[in-house]
Design a binder for this molecule. Structure first.
Ligand SMILES: Nc1ncnc2c1ncn2[C@@H]1O[C@H](COP(=O)(O)OP(=O)(O)OP(=O)(O)O)[C@@H](O)[C@H]1O
Length: 213
């Protein structure tokens, strides 16, 4: 059974005008790069996959995960992880609780704590568990956000330029961390980027969106 992600003639319109259109299929563990000029609809396509279009937009076509159509599923039942340029962390939870939020249910307190500690170590933030997210640098917050998403074991991963605000060295490290994990876990992944180095690191096929205006 194909457990990849398929976008079948996915078309998004606003006021009767097509603003984004794509057909693509992403195999398990493949990182497909979505490129295209500003305004060609890259972020809009990711919102359509999430089933989370802003009011006024409508979509046609199909999104299939593991061969099953996602249409009609509430967003929380889709198990699709998304990361944006600006890391979104819960401001009222400390760093450890933000990470624990991503863990699937189950397991003892001690097991969950051990998983959070291992995750902090993986992102080079040992000892940061009790910190308030507001006290983190941009790069530290980005690492926590991506690890929280990875811990939730998404069935598919959407990356909307999540590396673009990081400095060159951190960018390369965080990029490898997330792309390697996605590949190892067999997660079909779509990376939106303007950056040729990101696309090369992704190593998968590149789909170019055309500007619809
Ligand atoms: N609220 C809106 N009303 C009308 N059109 C909109 C609205 N929001 C976005 N659009 C249009 O949808 C199209 C796709 O925008 P989108 O942000 O998905 O492009 P993008 O490729 O991600 O751009 P960028 O690379 O600049 O982030 C654009 O033409 C944009 O003008």
């Amino acid at each position: 059974m194909n457990s990849g992600l398929t976008l079948e003639d996915l078309t998004v319109s606003h006021d009767g005008r097509v603003v984004a259109q794509v057909s693509a299929s992403v195999a398990p563990g493949e990182v497909l790069t979505l490129m295209g000029p500003s305004g060609s609809g890259k972020s809009t396509i990711l919102s359509a996959v999430m089933g989370d279009l802003a009011p006024g937009f409508s979509q046609t076509g199909r999104v299939l995960l593991a061969g099953r159509e996602l249409d009609g599923f509430p967003p929380e039942a889709r198990h699709i992880g998304i990361l944006y340029q600006d890391p979104l962390l819960f401001p009222h939870l400390n760093v450890a609780s933000n990470l624990a939020f991503g863990l699937p249910r189950g397991g003892s307190r001690a097991e969950r704590r051990a998983m959070v500690d291992a995750a902090l170590s993986d992102i080079g933030l040992e000892g940061y568990g009790s910190r308030d997210p507001a006290t983190l640098s941009g790069g530290q917050a980005a690492r926590v956000a991506l690890m929280r998403t990875l811990l939730s074991r998404p069935s598919a991963l959407l990356l909307d330029e999540p590396f673009s605000k990081l400095d060159t060295e951190l960018r390369a490290r965080i990029r490898s961390l997330v792309l390697d994990r996605a590949r190892q876990a067999g997660i079909p992944t779509i990376l939106v980027t303007h950056d040729a180095e990101d696309a090369a690191a992704a190593g998968g096929r590149i789909v170019q969106l055309r500007s619809m205006i």
